[in-house]
Design a protein around this ligand. Structure first.
Ligand SMILES: Nc1nc2c(ncn2[C@@H]2O[C@H](COP(=O)(O)OP(=O)(O)OP(=O)(O)O)[C@@H](O)[C@H]2O)c(=O)[nH]1
Ligand SMILES: [Mg+2]
Length: 524
């Protein structure tokens, strides 16, 4: 019998299979010089604890008797047949020193285990319970030998997970481990999975048990594919060479783009604005300004667009506008989606063109101090038709849809652009196109396209820098200088470049003066 103690043979397995489940439980174990055994008889369903004395009893009602007084070794064998008694002589001799190391005299550790193993509310004597607290799996008689890896699969091959198995052990107080036995491990906590892992490491002769377990493992165990990554290799080559290469190329590309962008920036910074432009910027408080600076200069910063110095948009306040033509009421009278729906050119017209969101509609309102007549939005593409406004008996103002980026379909945007091109190149009575450029971003290819078109059509146009309040004064001057330089050779452009901010009101008065002059000089 002792020779069979630790062996998990296929014959044993067979026996086990043949045996009814409930009566398969004969357990034995050894620990700390104690000997305990549980034997469940086939008829009386009793577990006899201890090899010789068998003082500890476990009956069908889950009651445990007192522990073995002779303190023989305790070991649990789950694979014993009904009525079989198990000895573990080999264990006794083989590994006393190991056991000492594994189970030091720390009673408090054992005590922890006791609390966990309760048989349905009934108390179990510490000596018995302690052996359940352990999850050490002993396959061989020798504890000091390590269990083969297969032992793990043996435990799991019966289709019951480790966790549920241990739970069952708790519940029934039996170790039902095929071909193995549970042994006390003083250090183990009652963590089922952890406990089994620990046991797996410590038990068994690897070679002999691999052979023994061969029959049990009919299916070849699938090995998980392990991707080994060299922690010092930062190239990521092993994962995907292709991806790494494209990434590098992309990075190079963006680097080049950045350099180009940087060089553009550097070019812009290198621009030396003329003293006249700088003086104009300073006089009109263009660019980003502190409120305290404006206050010191005598402007009322409580007003909207304080630099325009006109508090409200009612008619009495509008009387303060220096140019009489802009005191008139601004009235919307036509919207056109196609050239066929343009109104007759009865009055001279001044149009406002530019990219979407550049501030065309806002400028119309700022010039006339009539907020909300031309609708504005922070969403590019708000104005989608050519909108005609009348400003008194002598002038019409025209708000054009923007081009470039907008929240609209490509076809729709193309249609707007075509409409703008048609209007600016063919419209009779069009006296000037104010081409608005965002001061921060400067001129874009689409702006140049329109310029080229107006040059061909000999339409007079003037550049107006908008949103000057968001950049530094020197940058406003630089941008004006840059554009003036780039358009020097153009014939239809009207100098100088105007600079405004609808928000602060800076430059609005100057623009009014220029536009009012056009109206005065225009012939019907
Ligand atoms: N900071 C600042 N923001 C401005 C200025 N002018 C307009 N804006 C803002 O810019 C956004 C666009 O203004 P719009 O007047 O609707 O621009 P738009 O050119 O008519 O735009 P589309 O009709 O889409 O072509 C709005 O949120 C305005 O408040 C300005 O001078 N300074
Ligand atoms: Mg608009």
């Amino acid at each position: 019998m002792s020779a069979d103690v630790g062996k998990i043979g296929s014959s044993k397995q067979k026996n086990l299979k043949d045996t009814p489940k409930k009566t398969r439980r004969t357990l034995n174990g050894s620990e700390n010089g104690f000997r305990r055994g549980f034997k469940l008889g086939a008829k009386d369903k009793r577990i006899h604890i201890g090899q010789k004395g068998n003082e500890g009893m476990y009956d069908g009602k889950r009651r445990l008797g007192p522990s073995s007084s002779n303190k023989t070794r305790k070991r649990i064998y789950a694979d014993r047949g009904i009525g079989e008694e198990v000895t573990s002589k080999g264990n006794e001799e083989g590994s006393k020193s190991n056991r000492k190391a594994a189970f030091p005299r720390k009673r408090h550790n054992e005590q922890r285990d006791y609390d966990v193993v309760e048989a349905k509310g009934r108390s179990v004597s510490p000596d018995h319970r302690s052996m359940w607290g352990s999850r050490k799996l002993v396959v061989d008689g020798s504890e000091s030998k390590r269990a083969p890896r297969r032992a793990k699969s043996v435990v799991r091959d019966d289709g019951v997970s480790d966790v549920s198995r241990v739970k069952r052990i708790d519940k029934e107080e039996f170790a039902k481990v095929d071909g193995g036995l549970l042994k006390k491990h003083t250090k183990s906590k009652f963590d089922s999975s952890k406990g089994l892992e620990t046991g797996k490491k410590k038990v068994g002769d690897k070679k002999s048990h691999s052979e023994d377990l061969e029959g049990l493992d009919e299916k070849p165990k699938k090995r998980k594919r392990v991707i080994r990554i060299d922690k010092y290799d930062i190239s990521n080559k092993r994962l995907d060479d292709g991806i790494a290469n494209t990434d590098i190329k992309k990075e190079e590309k963006t680097d080049l783009e950045e350099k180009a962008e940087m060089s553009k920036n550097a070019q812009f910074r290198a621009i030396q604005p003329s003293p006249s432009i700088l003086a104009y910027v300073e006089d009109n408080f263009l660019g980003r300004r502190r409120l305290i600076e404006l206050r010191r200069a005598g402007y009322n910063t409580e007003l909207s667009s304080p630099l325009d110095n006109i508090p409200f948009s009612n008619s009495s306040e509008r009387e303060r506008i220096e140019e009489s033509i802009f005191r008139n009421k601004l009235t919307f009278f036509a919207a056109a989606k196609a050239s066929s729906s343009f109104p007759p050119p009865d009055l001279p017209e001044i149009a406002f063109a530019g990219r979407s969101n550049v501030g065309k509609s806002s400028l119309l309102n700022a010039l006339t101090r009539q907020w909300g007549v031309a609708r504005t939005s922070d969403k590019p593409g708000h104005t989608q038709t050519i909108n005609f406004f009348n400003l008194g008996p002598k002038l019409n103002l025209v708000d054009l849809p923007g081009y470039g980026f907008a929240f609209a379909k490509e076809e729709v945007k193309d249609a707007w652009e075509e409409l703008v091109k048609e209007y600016t190149s063919t419209r009779v009575g069009l006296k000037r196109v104010c081409l608005l450029i965002d001061t921060k971003w400067g001129m874009k290819p689409r702006d140049r396209e329109l310029i080229d078109l107006m040059e061909r059509a000999q339409t007079k146009y003037q550049i107006v820098l908008t949103k000057t309040d968001v950049v530094f004064p020197t940058d406003v001057a630089r941008r004006a200088m840059q554009i003036e330089e780039s358009l020097k050779a153009h014939k239809s452009v009207v100098q100088p470049v105007m600079m405004v901010s609808s928000k602060s009101g800076a430059g609005i008065r100057s623009l009014r003066t220029v536009l009012a002059k056009i109206a005065r000089l225009a012939k019907r």
